[in-house]
Design a protein around this ligand. Sequence first.
Ligand code: 5GP
Ligand code: MN
Length: 335
Amino acid sequence: MNDLEELKELLSVPRKIIITTHQRPDGDAMGSSLALYLYLQQKGHAATVISPTDYPDFLSWIPGNDTVVIYEKEPLRSKALVAEAELIFCLDFNKLYRLEELGKLIAQSTATKVLIDHHLEPDDFAEFQMSRVSACSTAELVYDFIIQSGDRELISQDIATCIYTGILTDTDRFRIPTTTPAVHRIAAELLELGINHTQIYEAVYETFTENRLRFFGYCIREKLEIIKELKTGIICLETADLKKFHIQSGDTEGVVNYPLWIKGIRLSAFIIQRPDEVKLSFRSKGTFDVNELAHLNFSGGGHKNAAGGRSPLSVAETREKLIAILAPLKNQLNK
Ligand code: 5GP
Ligand code: MN
């Protein structure tokens, strides 16, 4: 980051700070936000994490979770906190629209904004940008920020747990190509600080309800469509499917990964009817760029191998639109 010295100067006296992240936060969003929160508190600042929306139980055990303010539940308190803030840290998103209503508040705020993020093509809304697309996670960037600030010794076991959670989830368990030797070195250092990596794994991945696991089975058995010539798997979920299994926010997290378990499948698409819009999630293997696919066709974005978007059409029409877009890309998918 070019302006780290200037930012350090700003942080040399106690500040009122907001840390915020994208709606429907994932493990990296919450892990990186709470790691930064715990660090800034230790430095004597009055920091608060505000999440635009609530999140599922598999993330609500992360250290510092009890202090998080949920904008959709406490809009007035959130507005007051944003109004008082001197600095706003924006973590794990590249566009303010990913914060829904809260994004508008942040856009209007005169507080100094600091972006820490690893998504492609961030919008230019922050005075300070720590944006690195090659980073495996925002949690890795928060780790770098703490180290560059000369505060390695302030990384407590709780901060280490938060950072590890972000790295674990955004690398999909150290699988994605962004998992560099440096990432493993960071993970090793976090383990040396005494974190319980087995417990973290269980808390994140092995706390399904029976119903949720059966719902995953249903998605794979009844809903998965394989288009062999496009090396693509698609799972579409309508409101009726969600009602049948009493699906709540967060329950569908991870379903999109399963089609890629099939040998030869390069692209997975998950299309779901949310209350207000149709949402798409994409995952790919190798060179097929789903950030571009989401950006060009579904008002979205993300990373090369994991991206998302939305559609004003119905689920069925969105599926048809997607297949029509993919048909001419057959060669790319078969590369
Ligand atoms: P997911 O499929 O898990 O919702 O998202 C995959 C990746 O794409 C994440 O990095 C997420 O931040 C990003 N992403 C998901 N939806 C959108 C969207 O609507 N717009 C943008 N810019 N990024 C998205
Ligand atoms: Mn992330």
